[in-house]
Every structure is written in C-alpha cells, then in structure tokens.
Design a protein around this ligand. Structure first.
Ligand code: ADE
Ligand code: ZN
Ligand code: ZN
Length: 251
C-alpha cells in the first residue's frame, strides 16, 4: 500500500515532463497517416500491433519505475540561446542526443535494448523536442517554475503547454489529428527535409512569445486564442517529421 502511494505521488510530481497524453497521441496518429505502406507494415510488426499513437506515452508511463531513472534527462534539452548549447546532457543524455541515438539504433539494427524500446522512445521524443518549453532557457526548468492560473486553477506554464491548452479543446486525439492534419504536399516535404537542429531552433524561436503573460499570470481564453495555432503547428510538424524519419528507416 505504502509503495503504491509513493508511486502515485512520484508519478504526480513528475507528470510535468512532456506533451500530455493527448498531445503525444496526436503526434503518433499524424505520423501513422503519413507512413509509406512498407514502413507502416514494419512499424506495426515491431510494435507488436500497437499504434504509434498508443505507444507514444510509454516513456512517460515508466517514469515512476526507478530502473528507468536514467531516461529522465532524455525528454528535454537546455539551450539558453543558440550559441549556448549546454552539454549538461553530455553524460546523462538530452533529447537531441537521444533522438540521434535511437535513429542510429533503428538504422543499424544494433539495439541497446530492443527495436520496440527504440521505436517507443523515438515516437515520444520527436514529440517532446517540438514542444518549445522542452528546449529550455536554463532559468526555470522549462517553465515548470513559472506559476500561473489556467481558468482559475493553479498550474504552471510548462503544464499549460503540455496539456492544459490541448485538453481545453475537449476533443479526442483522432478528432484532433483530423483537425490539424491538413498540410499541403510540398509543405510536408519541406518540413521533412529540416534537420533536428532546425526543429530545436524553431522551438527556441517560439519561446519568447510563450512567456508573454498577462499580469498575475491569469491565463484563459485569451492565451488559448493567442497560442493555439502555435501548439497545433508544433504537433503537426512533429507528426509529419516522425513519419519522415520512419519512412527513411523502414522505407
Ligand atoms: N527539467 C529541466 N528543464 C526541463 C525542461 N525544459 N522540460 C522539462 N523538464 C525539465
Ligand atoms: Zn517526454
Ligand atoms: Zn513537458
């Protein structure tokens, strides 16, 4: 019983780590829709039938498991400004290094754990790196330390971006994917050509406007209105780029 409570508390404390469940599922669902036939078949086999949407949150679900503690630094990276990429993750690893590593593992088929682990991690982390506050400025743990209110409820800026805005749309992940997956073919190709460091630079470029908060940090309809397009752009870009990476690996 005691262990169970500790585990629950632990999970609650650390749920501030990534796009929330719906955000990650949207990324997985959009990626799935942009896979080639061949890649879809191979990915499905590797995931033993699980969809990209449903495997996308696994990295968060295992956070309360002590044996996976070493994975916690892989969800984000700290880059105060473009000329200052803190290699705090040099030993522990950050989201850039982790993505790079899993792409290499999947291409070479030389796995540190196995193919399913590499895929689940890659699906999750391509989502995280597109979350502008997962490329942190080094001052506030990616906005986790910025206390705000969301429609009167206490939260923090990081969580507003992980899940509060997305959940506020009150639609399922498939409905969400239908809503935002409306990209022209040449746009898809352009997004898929961009390098991982470009994904990072884009996240940094969005950071400043995210911190444009009203007095007393009372967020609601206005903040939603001002930022929903940014949220949706990052989700759809992440999905399309994940498909691009997987098509390259499995195509
Ligand atoms: N912890 C420290 N920096 C972080 C970030 N940018 N995102 C999530 N967790 C963090
Ligand atoms: Zn994460
Ligand atoms: Zn987060």
């Amino acid at each position: 019983m005691k262990t169970k409570i500790t585990l629950i508390l632990f999970a609650v404390c650390f749920q501030m780590f990534a796009w929330g469940p719906t955000g990650h599922r949207v990324v997985g669902e959009i990626a799935e829709r942009h896979l080639t036939k061949k890649a879809r078949k191979k990915v499905k086999a590797a995931l033993e039938g699980e969809s990209l949407a449903m495997c996308s949150n696994w990295m968060d679900f295992i956070k309360s498991e002590r044996s996976y503690d070493s994975l916690s630094s892989w969800h984000y990276v700290t880059i105060p400004s473009l000329d200052k990429y803190h290699h705090e993750g040099e030993l522990k690893g950050d989201v850039i290094q982790a993505i790079d590593r899993f792409i290499r593992e999947l291409e070479s088929k030389e796995y540190s754990v196995d193919e399913k682990f590499a895929l689940r991690c890659l699906v999750h982390l391509v989502g995280d790196i597109h979350h502008p506050l997962h490329v942190g400025n080094g001052e506030d743990r990616g906005g986790n330390q910025v206390k705000v209110k969301w429609f009167g409820r206490k939260t923090n800026l990081h969580r507003v971006w992980d899940s509060d805005i997305i959940d506020n749309q009150k639609i399922s992940y498939t409905e969400y994917a239908n809503w935002i997956n409306v990209t022209e073919k040449d746009q898809v190709a352009k997004w898929q050509e961009a390098s991982i460091m470009t994904w990072v630079e884009e996240s940094i470029s969005y950071r400043e406007s995210i911190y444009d908060l009203p007095e007393e940090g009372k967020l609601g309809y206005r903040y939603n209105y001002d930022h929903i397009e940014q949220v949706n752009l990052r989700l759809v870009q992440a999905g399309i780029r994940l498909a691009g990476v997987l098509n390259q690996i499995y195509g």
